[in-house]
Design a protein. Structure first.
Length: 184
């Protein structure tokens, strides 16, 4: 069965493995693809190049979603809660421009919604929100081993100590938005 009228959202909030794991559980999200956006060098970047911090790319996820089931605003509201939008080029121990908080907008409507969400969330944080809002230029899909990384590697250290607690917190807060299925 093909789903009609899908929209896309492209978000960066630290390591893409965390965002990937969380958004795969959100009802209305049809697909999650880890990748890279926002760089300034030509050609498709590799993970190693992006991790060097020299390409300017951010680790991102690109979501395909059904707007009749979940709105772009709702996706951004979840995004603002599941990462720290107040740390510049950093999420936890992950430091560098590749881990920046960023919303890559697909059009002017998304840009306006993103600006509105960032403004509305500023009152909930003790520090200014530094989330970049930029037009999406290009999205490059990450290597296959990065796709659905958490589900494929639940015992890996980063998955155990970073992703699993974030998922538990997310599931507790957003139980009404979860896809009903077995969880690792």
């Amino acid at each position: 069965m093909e789903i009609q009228n899908l929209e896309k959202a492209t978000l960066g909030g630290g390591c893409f493995w965390c965002l990937d794991a969380i958004f795969r559980e959100v009802s209305g999200i049809v697909s999650v693809t880890s990748g890279y956006s926002g760089g300034k060098v030509p050609g498709k970047p590799t993970y190693r190049e992006v991790c060097s911090g020299l390409t300017g790319h951010a680790e991102v996820v690109q979501l395909a979603f059904e707007p009749v089931k979940i709105s772009y605003r709702e996706i951004l509201e979840i995004f603002m809660v599941i990462h720290d939008p107040t740390t510049y080029n950093r999420q936890g121990a992950d430091i560098g421009t590749q881990y920046r908080s960023v919303v890559f907008c697909h059009d002017d409507v998304q840009k306006d919604v993103a600006a509105s969400v960032v403004a509305s969330f500023s009152k909930y944080y003790d520090f200014p929100i530094v989330t970049e809002i930029s037009p999406l230029d290009k999205f490059y899909e990450a290597e296959s081993y990065h796709q659905d990384y958490y589900r494929s590697n639940p015992e890996q250290g980063y998955c155990n100590y970073v992703i699993a607690p974030k998922l538990a917190k997310f599931r507790e807060r957003y139980g009404d938005k979860l896809i009903l299925r077995d969880k690792p």
